[in-house]
Write a protein that binds this ligand. Structure first.
Ligand code: COA
Ligand code: MG
Length: 293
C-alpha cells in the first residue's frame, strides 16, 4: 500500500469522493477530524459506508481510525466492526502494551460480529505523545495484527509545547525528525510497513513530492494523505521505478547464481543477504503496484 487517504467519517460527501480517489487505502476517521458532538453520527455513517463499499471489487483497503485508548471512546467506536473493516488505525499508541490492549478488544469485537479471529489488521500512530517516543522499541512482536507503523507531528508538537514543527522551508524540525526516525526503526524492527506522516499544506504539490521522495529515500514505503489531490503524487513516488526494479532483479539473480553465498558483488558494489531481503520486498511492492519493469 502506497497511499493512505484520511476521510472524515461523518462526511457522506467526502466518503463518496474517496471511492474514486485512487488511494490504496482509506483511513476513515472518527478521531481528530470529528467533533465530540458528531462522534455517534460518524460511527453510523462509517458503518453504512463500509457495508456498501466493501462489496465493490477492486476497492481500496478500508481502515477506521478510532479514538485512542485513553479517551474512553474506543469501545463505542468499535461498533464499526459491524461493517467489517480490513483494519483499525490506533492513534496515540504508546508502545507494544497498547497494541496488546487493542488486539484483545478486536478479538472480542470479532467474536461479537462473527468475524474470523485475528482477521482485522492494526496500523498504529507511534509518535503522538512524548511518552510514546520512549516506547518505540516495544512494538515488535506485540501482535500479529500489526501491518504498519506511522507517525504524527501535530499532536506531538502540542504536547511538547512547541511554536512550530516545520522550519520556514517546510522541513520538519529536530524533535519531529527524531519521531520520524524512531517510527522508521520501529517499523523495521517489527517487520511491518513504515508509513510517512501527512503533509497538511495540501495545495503545495512540489512540497508534497519532495517530502514523499525523502521518505522513500529513507525507507518509508507509503505516505498518508489528507486530500484526494495528494494521492496521485504519493502513488507515483512509492511505485518502484524501472531502475529500482532492475537493481532488485540483479541482486536476486546474483544470489540465485550462488545460492550458498552470503555476499555478492555487482558492478563494484557489495550486496549481502539483507540486501536480498530488501530486493524481494521491493519486487513484491512493484507487483502490488502493477509497476512495469
Ligand atoms: N477525502 C475525500 N474527499 C475529500 C477529502 C478527503 N480527505 N478532502 C477533500 N475532499 C473533497 C471535497 O469534499 C471536495 O469535493 P467536491 O469536489 O465534490 O466539492 C473536493 O475533494 C475538493 O476539496 P477542496 O475544496 O479542495 O478541499 P476542502 O476545503 O473541501 O477540504 C479539508 C479541505 C482539509 C477540510 C479536507 O481535505 C479534509 O477533510 N481532509 C481530511 C481531514 C482529516 O481526515 N484529518 C484527520 C487526519 S490528520
Ligand atoms: Mg491527531
Amino acid at each position: 500500500m502506497r497511499s493512505f487517504l484520511f476521510v472524515p467519517g461523518d462526511s457522506d460527501k467526502k466518503l463518496d469522493k474517496s471511492r474514486t480517489s485512487g488511494a490504496d487505502a482509506l483511513l476513515i476517521d472518527l478521531e481528530d477530524s470529528i467533533s465530540p458532538e458528531r462522534k455517534a453520527a460518524a460511527r453510523a455513517t462509517t458503518i453504512a459506508f463500509l457495508e456498501d463499499f466493501r462489496q465493490t471489487p477492486g476497492r481500496p483497503h478500508l481502515f477506521v481510525r478510532v479514538n485512542g485508548l485513553a479517551t474512553g471512546l474506543t469501545d463505542a467506536d468499535l461498533a464499526v466492526m459491524e461493517g467489517r473493516p480490513d483494519g483499525i488505525v490506533l492513534p496515540k499508541a504508546e508502545g507494544g502494551a497498547a497494541l496488546v490492549h487493542m488486539d484483545a478488544k478486536l478479538g472480542v469485537a470479532e467474536a461479537r460480529h462473527d468475524i474470523p479471529d485475528g482477521q482485522t489488521h492494526i496500523l498504529a500512530l507511534t509518535t503522538e505523545t512524548a511518552k510514546a517516543l520512549f516506547l518505540a522499541g516495544t512494538y515488535a512482536g506485540a501482535t500479529a495484527r500489526l501491518i504498519g507503523l506511522t507517525w504524527g507531528a501535530e499532536d506531538l508538537s502540542v504536547e511538547l509545547g512547541a511554536e512550530a514543527n516545520r522550519d520556514a522551508d517546510g522541513r520538519f524540525l529536530d524533535p519531529y525528525r527524531l519521531a520520524r526516525s524512531l517510527c522508521l526503526a520501529a517499523a523495521a524492527a517489527s517487520e511491518v510497513q513504515a508509513i510517512d506522516t501527512v503533509y497538511i499544506d495540501f495545495r503545495n504539490q512540489d512540497g508534497l513530492r519532495r517530502e514523499a521522495e525523502e521518505a522513500r529515500r529513507d525507507g518509508f514505503t507509503g505516505k498518508m494523505a489528507i486530500h484526494p489531490g495528494q494521492v496521485e503524487i504519493i502513488n507515483a513516488v512509492f511505485t518502484p521505478t524501472p531502475d529500482a526494479i532492475a537493481r532488485a532483479k540483479a541482486v536476486i539473480a546474483a544470489f540465485a547464481a550462488e545460492p550458498a553465498a552470503g555476499v555478492v558483488g555487482i558492478d563494484g558494489v557489495m550486496y549481502d543477504r539483507p540486501h536480498l531481503t530488501r530486493a524481494k520486498q521491493l519486487m513484491s511492492r512493484a507487483q502490488a503496484a502493477g509497476a512495469k519493469a
